[in-house]
Structure formats: structure tokens, C-alpha cells
Design a protein around this ligand. Structure first.
Ligand SMILES: Nc1ncnc2c1ncn2[C@@H]1O[C@H](COP(=O)(O)OP(=O)(O)O)[C@@H](O)[C@H]1O
Ligand SMILES: O=c1ccn([C@@H]2O[C@H](COP(=O)(O)OP(=O)(O)O)[C@@H](O)[C@H]2O)c(=O)[nH]1
Length: 303
């Protein structure tokens, strides 16, 4: 079960209604903690409090006592702040079937081969991955397919979020996608399969860094290129039968924008590390595949 921890702050008046101070709490827990402590200290105080009166018999507050209250409030405020900070530094997000973010890569890069397959929407990533599976026995992990399956899974709490992101051409929060990929990689490793084409991922810098730091570094990125005009034509054609909610002109335009603005920086990031091989996809499927095979050889993935 995934829990998104909200990092909201709550600006509330404390339990002491006389106070005009606003205290910023980092969590509901720290509010409750604060209020309970305050109730207790108020209760014990009332049994020992002596009412002071001035010459005209008006009740006056004991300045010493006010000082004490302020002192207690100060200590409580500092205490709850430390508590809430340490609470938020706890282990990150338990996810789907277990923890997803690790300090060290979970998988050994000498035992697990991951090739990222990137390129604009409709460029032909899925088509080429299917051929690589047939020819070389890779495991094809399409991030989009994993997200669509999670969206349609009965009881998924992320279904509506995923659907909205896909329709709007936006990137689903990395925690969801990285966890789905982690689970899929683990399941395949358990079945003795360790060569993966991770298709349509990473599409955003945070995903690239989290995946490589917490799961396994990629060997390289197979980057497919094509003009937008050709991709549009292919997507509209695919949309006639794909049943996908995003193969329509409105969503396609948004996907192109996200690709340029959010995903291209990922390609540039890997390119600086010498980890990108480009293949033009405007030729036939078989011609593209020949170029892909040549890349795999040159990268020593196949012989
Ligand atoms: N080289 C190609 N020439 C013509 N059509 C292609 C080519 N590659 C893929 N297609 C078609 O274009 C559409 C999009 O391809 P797909 O592999 O689903 O793209 P992606 O996974 O990048 O979104 C599909 O209908 C596919 O059959
Ligand atoms: O890592 C990913 C991969 C995909 N998506 C979403 O899934 C959609 C479809 O992606 P897919 O790779 O299936 O299709 P493509 O756009 O490449 O044709 C994208 O537009 C995103 O909304 C995402 O959020 N994160």
C-alpha cells in the first residue's frame, strides 16, 4: 500500500485560546502532541495558581506565571519542531509492495542489464522493442503499459491520478512508476530473466536519477528520432484501433510539449555521459531495426 506523506504545514492557534500567537506545525501529529502537552500543563497549573488582586480589587495576572507559561510554550514549540523534523526524516514512502527508494542500487549492475528506450510519442519505441524481444529475448518493460495496467487494476488508489496524467500528457509522479518498474524487474529476476528494455522511461530528470541511484544504472539509452509530423501521423493512425485515451489530437499536442520540455533534458543528461545512441525512425520498421541491431553490437550488448 502506498502512502504519500504530505509535507504540509498547518498554521494554527494553539490550544491556549488566549494566545494570539500562531504556531506553524509540520504535521497533524505535532498539533495533537502539542495540544495534549498544553492541556496537561494547564491542568496542573490550575491547582496551584493563586489569584492576585490589585489595590482596587481587580484580578491581575501574575507576571511570574506568564513568564512560566511562555517558557513552557517555548520548550514545547522547540520540542515539537524537533519531533516533526525527525518524523519527516524517517524512511521514505513504503510503496505498493515494499520500499522503493534505497540508498544503494537494489540490483547489481553486473547481473542486470537495463537499456532505456526513449523518443517522442509514436516514434516507434514499442514496435522496435517487440522485435528486440523476438530476436534477442529481452524483457520489454513499457512504463506506459505498466501505468495503464495499474490504472485499470481493481482497487488501485492511483487509477484516477494516472488517467488524468495520461490524458493531459503529463508525467505520473515518479514514485508510482519507479515502484511499478522495480516490482516488474524483481518478478522477472525471480524467473531468471535479467535483460531489460525499459521503454518510455525515464521521461523526467527525477525519474532518471531515482532509477539509477535506487534500482540499477542503465547501460545506455536507445534514442529514437523522428519529425513531429511523422509522429503525429503515426499516432492518429494508431488511435483508430489502440483504444488509448491519449491518441487524439488534443492529448498528442500536450505529449509533444511534455516531451520537448521535460523529457529532452533527460536525453541531454545521458548524452553528456556518452550514454546515448540515436537511431532515425523515419524509415521502414525493418530498416530501423537494422540500425538498432548495429547499435546493440557497437555497445557490446549483442555479438
Ligand atoms: N518505422 C515505422 N514506419 C511506419 N510506421 C511505424 C514505424 N514504427 C512504428 N510505426 C507505427 O507507428 C505507430 C506508433 O508506434 P509505436 O511503436 O506504438 O510508438 P511508441 O511506442 O513510440 O509510442 C504504430 O501504429 C506503429 O505500427
Ligand atoms: O515514465 C512514464 C511513462 C509514461 N507516462 C505516461 O504515459 C503516457 C503514455 O506513455 P507511453 O510510453 O505509453 O506512450 P508514448 O507517448 O511514448 O506513445 C505518457 O504520455 C505519460 O502521461 C508517465 O507518466 N511516465
Amino acid at each position: 500500500m502506498l502512502v504519500f506523506r504530505s509535507v504540509k504545514t498547518f498554521n494554527l492557534k494553539p490550544f491556549n485560546k488566549d494566545s494570539n500567537r500562531i504556531i506553524q506545525f509540520k504535521s497533524i501529529r505535532s498539533i495533537t502532541h502539542y495540544n495534549n502537552r498544553f492541556k496537561k500543563s494547564n491542568k496542573s497549573k490550575s491547582t496551584t495558581e493563586t489569584v492576585k488582586k490589585d489595590k482596587n480589587n481587580n484580578i491581575v495576572k501574575d507576571p511570574k506565571h506568564n513568564g512560566k507559561i511562555l517558557g513552557i510554550l517555548g520548550i514545547l514549540a522547540i520540542g515539537t519542531t524537533f519531533l516533526s523534523i525527525s518524523y519527516q526524516k524517517n524512511q521514505p514512502i513504503p510503496f505498493l509492495e515494499g520500499p522503493c527508494l534505497y540508498k544503494m542500487p537494489l540490483f547489481n549492475e553486473n547481473e542486470v542489464t537495463v537499456i532505456f528506450v526513449l523518443g517522442g510519442p509514436g516514434v516507434g519505441k514499442g514496435t522496435q522493442c517487440a522485435k528486440l524481444v523476438d530476436r534477442y529475448g529481452f524483457v520489454h518493460l513499457s512504463a506506459g503499459d505498466l501505468l495503464r495496467a495499474e490504472q485499470n487494476r481493481d482497487g488501485s488508489e492511483f487509477g484516477p491520478l494516472i488517467k488524468q496524467c495520461i490524458t493531459e500528457g503529463l508525467i505520473v509522479p515518479q514514485e508510482v512508476t519507479v515502484a511499478l518498474l522495480k516490482n516488474a524487474i524483481q518478478a522477472n529476476l525471480d524467473n531468471g530473466k535479467s535483460n531489460f528494455l525499459v521503454d518510455g522511461f525515464p521521461r523526467k530528470m527525477d525519474q532518471a536519477i531515482t532509477f539509477e541511484e535506487s534500482l540499477v544504472p542503465s547501460k545506455f539509452t536507445l534514442f529514437f528520432t523522428c519529425s513531429e509530423a511523422v509522429m503525429l501521423e503515426r499516432l492518429l493512425e494508431r488511435g483508430k484501433t489502440s483504444g488509448r485515451i491519449d491518441d487524439n489530437i488534443e492529448s498528442i499536442k500536450k505529449r509533444f510539449k511534455t516531451f520537448e520540455e521535460t523529457s529532452m533534458p533527460v536525453v541531454e543528461y545521458f548524452e553528456k555521459q556518452g550514454k546515448v545512441s540515436k537511431v532515425n525512425c523515419e524509415t521502414t520498421v525493418d530498416e530501423v531495426f537494422s540500425a538498432v541491431e548495429a547499435v546493440l553490437k557497437s555497445r557490446n550488448i549483442t555479438k
